[in-house]
Design a protein around this ligand. Structure first.
Ligand code: PEP
Ligand code: MN
Length: 341
């Protein structure tokens, strides 16, 4: 049900006109006249009212406000599906009791470095390996990634370690080669509202790690998930990675409150990426711990064997030793919130 609040001076004629309009859309109006205000409760399937139609009602004479009770996203909503979604990726369950950790370099740089990192993160207890082969760099002069060659190295790292691969897609034209190598397709922050790309991964038969747009509200983020799900792919994992605020002490502001908020609004698994969230390696561990405490289903952490030589995001990458220590420190924390890691 939606609610229409009439302005104090609304006339009987205006009220009738609004009621007629609703009835014309197959809805019924429940009119409640108070001493100060008249309120209309809209009864029927209001999910079919588009945002444009809602705005048209908003400007009708006599209307002060329109409040939607039903969420604009449906498939992603907790109302639609109460039970938490779990996603099985090669026997690793995302969204279950175990907190899954995706680790690896920002970008796949070359075969030797990737293989070295893969061995280290596996030993430390990571469940997935990550690495960008197509990098969304702010500068066109920065390293753009190895493309398919990088994907091949990721597949080799998977063979060596058994860790499934998470890697980013930037262009719908790369879909065919990406699905050949990736176990989870990542949509980066800059593409969260690239609707063509969202629809494209919506027909893929692979889980999608959907990062939060750098200035996206939680509602916009869930609408992006809805795009993917509306095409039939319900294997969507949300990943908080920091949003843009006025603060400059950290690269972004990691919005950890998004985790419990999302847990209320959606059944989809929620991950946290403290690496991009803070942008500084020494702040990654405390925020990873806070993410686990907040109820995250997984973490995404950038790890590099030689951060000072990294071609991207070296300043926020953990060395294998620090990553390994963090994994150990997370264990009692996970237990404290009824999870394991
Ligand atoms: C990444 O995961 O390396 C990345 C580019 O992340 P984001 O899209 O969150 O900036
Ligand atoms: Mn990165």
């Amino acid at each position: 049900m939606d609610i229409i609040v009439l302005s104090p001076g609304a006339t009987e004629r205006e009220l009738k006109h609004i009621v007629k309009k609703l009835e014309g859309r197959g809805l019924r109006a429940h009119v409640s006249k108070g001493t100060e205000r008249t309120i209309i409760g809209v009864i029927g399937d209001t999910s079919k009212i588009t945002e444009d139609e809602e705005n048209a009602i908003r400007v009708m004479p006599g209307v002060e406000d329109v409040m939607r009770i039903l969420k604009p996203y449906k498939l992603a909503s907790r109302e639609f599906k109460q039970k938490d979604t779990t996603i099985d990726v090669g026997g690793k369950i995302i969204g279950g009791e175990k907190i899954q950790v995706i680790a690896g370099p920002c970008a796949v740089e070359n075969r030797t470095v990737l293989m070295a990192i893969a061995g280290k993160i596996k030993d430390a207890g990571a469940s997935f390996i990550r690495g960008g082969a197509f990098k969304p760099r702010t500068s066109p002069y920065s390293f753009q990634g190895l493309g398919e060659e990088g994907l091949k190295y990721l597949a080799e790292a998977r063979k060596k370690t058994g860790l499934p691969v998470v890697t980013e897609i930037m262009d719908p034209r790369d879909m065919a080669i990406l699905v050949k190598y990736a176990d989870i397709i990542q949509i980066g922050t800059r593409n969260m509202q690239n609707f063509r790309l969202l629809l494209e991964v919506g027909i893929a038969k692979k889980p999608v790690l959907l990062k939060r747009g750098l200035s996206a509200t939680i509602k916009e983020w869930l609408m992006a998930a809805e795009y993917i799900m509306s095409r039939g792919n319900e294997m969507v994992i949300l990943c908080e990675r920091g949003i843009r605020t006025f603060e400059t002490a950290t690269r972004n502001t990691l919005d950890l409150s998004a985790v419990p908020v999302l847990k209320k609004l959606t059944h989809l698994p929620v991950f946290v990426d403290p690496s991009h969230g803070v942008g500084k390696w020494d702040l990654v561990a405390p925020m990873a711990k806070a993410a686990v405490a907040a109820g995250a289903d997984g973490l995404l952490i950038e790890v590099h064997t030689n951060p000072e030589e990294a071609l991207s995001d070296g300043e926020q990458s953990l060395r294998p030793n620090d990553f390994s220590r963090l994994m150990k420190e997370l264990k009692p924390l996970a237990r404290a919130v009824g999870r394991e890691i």
